[in-house]
Design a protein around this ligand. Structure first.
Ligand code: BG6
Length: 305
């Protein structure tokens, strides 16, 4: 790929008073949005949303101070897109987890000012731009991001090949919280989950609200439920709506795993939690030739006083 001309890209996609395209991590376009409702930053590397800050609130998303911004490495925080496999590779455990599209450049397709407080961005990737030697299928991916008082992220997968494709996926959202041991997550009571810690797999049913006092790495199956993060320290609730998703993943690495991750500070587990809108394990997707699948999440904030 030749050097990106950011001035030209900004001329093509910039929106006066609302959206700028400039040079970001890995020398790839960074989209900065500021409208009447919120600010957001989105990298074309992985079509990765880095920040979403509704006016008057703390950032909804969390990003590590130790994140790598290097070609071939994932960004730690924000919303990585995991596709076409979530977690371990389906056949080869040596291959890095969470698919390959979070580690490659995507293309800005369009930007649009819907109104003073609403901005829409579309970013795409196809098999012609990124393939993996173990996953050689013809696909089109489009991420549609709408920044308003809420953040709306839709990932659309289209099978443009002539055989069925099988994939799992996640909008792997890292939320910014005041203190992990004081928050609660509501919405998954009664839901079956598999917890994977140190290669042990524990099957259980969620009894009520989730609280954190040790590592949590749970894949909740067959759930369409909205989740709510209740955060007394930030005096807010984050509402996580979703559609086209039957899996929700909840993750906090706690002390030992934080120490094992080089791009994650030892103490950062205090101020983040992942609640991931996904389709994984028994909720893996099969898409016939010509078919389209959409997974979508909507994040919004309410004050609690
Ligand atoms: C979560 C998984 O979705 O992602 C965890 O459930 C994993 O097991 C975490 O550690 C982070 O993965 P990565 O590849 O971004 O370090």
């Amino acid at each position: 790929m030749g050097a990106t001309n950011f001035a030209e890209l900004n001329q093509q996609f910039g929106i006066f008073g609302q959206l700028n395209v400039k040079s970001g991590s890995v020398a790839l376009p960074l989209i900065e949005v500021e409208n009447a409702n919120a600010r957001a930053r989105i990298s074309a590397y992985g079509s990765h949303i880095l920040s979403f800050k509704p006016h008057g609130h703390e950032d909804v998303l969390w990003i590590s101070q130790k994140s790598d911004y290097e070609s071939g490495k994932p960004i730690r925080g924000g919303i990585p897109i995991c596709w076409p496999w979530f977690g371990s590779h389906p056949t080869d455990p040596q291959i890095p987890i969470h698919g390959f599209v979070r580690r490659v450049p995507w293309r800005i397709l369009s930007t649009e000012k819907i109104d003073e407080g609403t901005t829409r961005i579309e970013i795409g990737l196809t098999h012609a731009e990124a393939m993996h030697e173990t996953w050689r299928h013809r696909y089109e991916l489009k991420s549609v991001i709408t920044v308003s008082e809420q953040l709306d992220l839709e990932l659309i997968t289209r099978n443009i090949g002539d055989e069925a494709i099988v994939f799992s996926e996640a909008l792997h959202t890292y939320f910014n919280v005041s203190e992990i041991s004081e928050i609660e997550i509501e919405g998954l009571a009664g839901c079956a989950y598999i917890e994977e810690i140190d290669a042990r797999k524990t099957h259980a049913i969620e009894p009520g609200k989730i609280r954190f006092n040790s590592e949590v790495d749970r894949v909740y199956q067959d759930t369409t439920a909205e989740c709510i993060i209740i955060d007394p320290g930030f005096q807010r609730k984050i509402r996580i709506g979703k559609s086209g998703s039957l899996t929700t993943v909840v993750w906090n690495p706690w002390i030992a795993k934080s120490k094992r991750m080089p791009d994650f500070d030892d103490e950062e587990y205090h101020t983040m939690v992942c609640v991931e809108t996904a389709n994984a394990m028994k909720n893996t997707i099969t898409l016939k030739p010509g078919e389209t699948h959409s997974i979508r999440t909507q994040l919004s904030v309410e004050s609690i006083l």
